[in-house]
Write a protein that binds this ligand. Structure first.
Ligand code: FAD
Length: 414
């Protein structure tokens, strides 16, 4: 080690992912006098950034009001209010633009690099790390951490290979690593049980047979018996069951409840979220009067995709009857199926574009003006290691950038 390092204050960032790199870069750019080291256990840096957003990296969301933005976080909304007033989505876009990554906003509000390549983000971070002389170390898994005491004034980090490093400032950006959570638990941190979030629902319901790829623009869904677990939005039928924005949203808000239920529950679907049961009944009756001689199954009504309509009509016990010939019972059944179909869900599947872990360091232990531990001064936490997570759409990275940016500021001011 260079002799000068003894007098230079060191920042160790554990974890070479989104939060780790962003905090290291912010810190090194503000304080060139600090020695900044990033320790990554894997063979590559920024692995999740690489695969994120289907390889395109959905790095933020066009949600520019803090009050609106926090609504996308099932866990962490309150804690993030203050931090987002300092660094949020517009700041992210500006930051990336200033550092050579131009971005675009897609129709649904998601923000991506204009290149459509996550590699643009990785290249940007790697160039900045080089520019600011950040020491990047791969295959450097941290095994244990010792906090300062009366004898040793600095943090001590023991690597898997036996090497020991000291630092005045320690940034934990280890994502959802059970091993690190357990190490932190030993240091007195409460860990909220990790459970998956952002997943799709599995069902073998025959009403969805051969509908893979069919979508409806606006369905209303509710987990039966859970008033708070409901929402509406685009719904997509897949080979295994149900996906689309509304399912992912429900999976995030219901992450803990659904885990407790072992992902076995009943889901109620109104396929036409703009109408309630009695409105659907009136619309069907209107249609019946207008087209009494039409075969019900032949022409989809109310804008539903034809293939879905076929299955729902069949499930109502209607075969080749005309509108005029269907019984009251059949009509009632069709109304119920359109407005309140019940599906048995029996598991979950991974949504490939984005998934996260709900749970992590209990937010009560963190001072969110600095993203610093309340137990140990100069120990900081950013990204998924915290009990913060969002629905899909770029919000998870936004929380990582925000925390990391504030950590950089906090260390620079110290
Ligand atoms: C497939 C997929 C796609 C996604 N797409 C998006 C998206 O488009 N938009 C979005 O907002 N979010 C997305 N996410 C979520 C997003 O990737 C995470 O929220 C984000 O990566 C969290 O960043 P982080 O730095 O906290 O953790 P990570 O990116 O997981 O980084 C943590 C790093 O710490 C390292 N580490 C762990 N333990 C140790 C140790 N003991 N010593 C040294 N290093 C260690 C890990 O190897 C890892 O590299 C996606 C997630 C997945 C899985």
């Amino acid at each position: 080690m260079n002799k000068n390092h003894k007098t230079i204050k060191t920042v160790i960032v554990v974890g070479g992912g989104a939060a780790g790199f962003f905090s290291a870069i912010r810190c090194a750019s503000l304080r060139p006098d600090l020695r900044v080291i990033v320790l990554e256990k894997g063979r590559n840096f920024l692995q999740k950034v690489k695969i994120s957003g289907g390889g395109r990296c959905n790095l933020s969301h066009a949600c520019f009001e803090v009050r609106e933005l926090v609504k996308h976080y099932p866990r962490g909304a309150k804690a993030l209010r203050g931090p987002f007033s300092r660094f949020a989505c517009q700041d992210t876009v500006n930051w990336f633009r200033q550092h050579g990554v131009r971005t675009k906003i897609e129709e649904d509000g998601r923000i991506f690099p204009i290149s459509n390549k996550s590699q643009s983000v990785i290249d940007c971070f790697m160039q900045l790390a080089k520019h600011y002389k950040i020491e990047l170390r791969l295959q450097s898994a941290v095994r244990t951490i010792r906090v300062p005491d009366s004898v040793q004034k600095e943090y001590s980090v023991l690597l898997q290979n036996g090497e020991e490093l000291q630092a005045k400032y320690l940034v934990m950006a280890t994502g959802s690593s059970p091993r690190m959570w357990s190490t932190l638990e030993d240091l007195g941190y409460k860990i909220i049980d990790p459970v998956p979030s952002l997943f799709t629902f599995n069902t073998k319901d025959t009403r969805l047979r051969q509908l893979s790829g069919v979508s409806v623009p606006k369905a209303h869904l509710q987990i039966v018996g859970q008033k708070k677990l409901q929402g509406e939005g685009p719904l997509l039928v897949t080979h295994w069951g149900l996906s689309g924005p509304v399912i992912l949203k429900l999976s995030a808000w219901g992450a803990r409840f659904l885990h407790r239920e072992s992902y076995k529950f009943q889901l109620k679907i109104n396929w036409l979220a703009d109408y309630n049961e009695s409105e659907i009944r009136s619309l069907l009756q209107e249609n019946r009067q207008k087209h009494p001689k039409r075969t019900v199954v032949k022409y989809s009504v109310l804008g539903l995709p034809q293939r879905l309509w076929n299955n729902l009509v069949a499930a109502s016990g209607i075969n080749q009857e005309n509108w005029a010939d269907i019984s009251k019972k059949q009509l009632n059944k069709l109304v119920t199926i359109l407005s309140a179909s019940i599906f048995s869900i029996h598991g979950k599947s991974t949504f490939k574009e984005e998934f996260v872990t709900a749970g992590g360091i209990d937010l009560k232990m963190i001072d969110f003006t600095r993203f610093e531990s309340k137990l140990h001064p100069n120990l900081f936490f950013a990204g998924e290691v915290l009990d913060i997570d969002a629905i899909t759409g770029g919000f998870n990275f936004q929380a990582a950038w925000t925390g990391a940016w504030i950590i950089g500021e906090s260390i620079a001011e110290s």
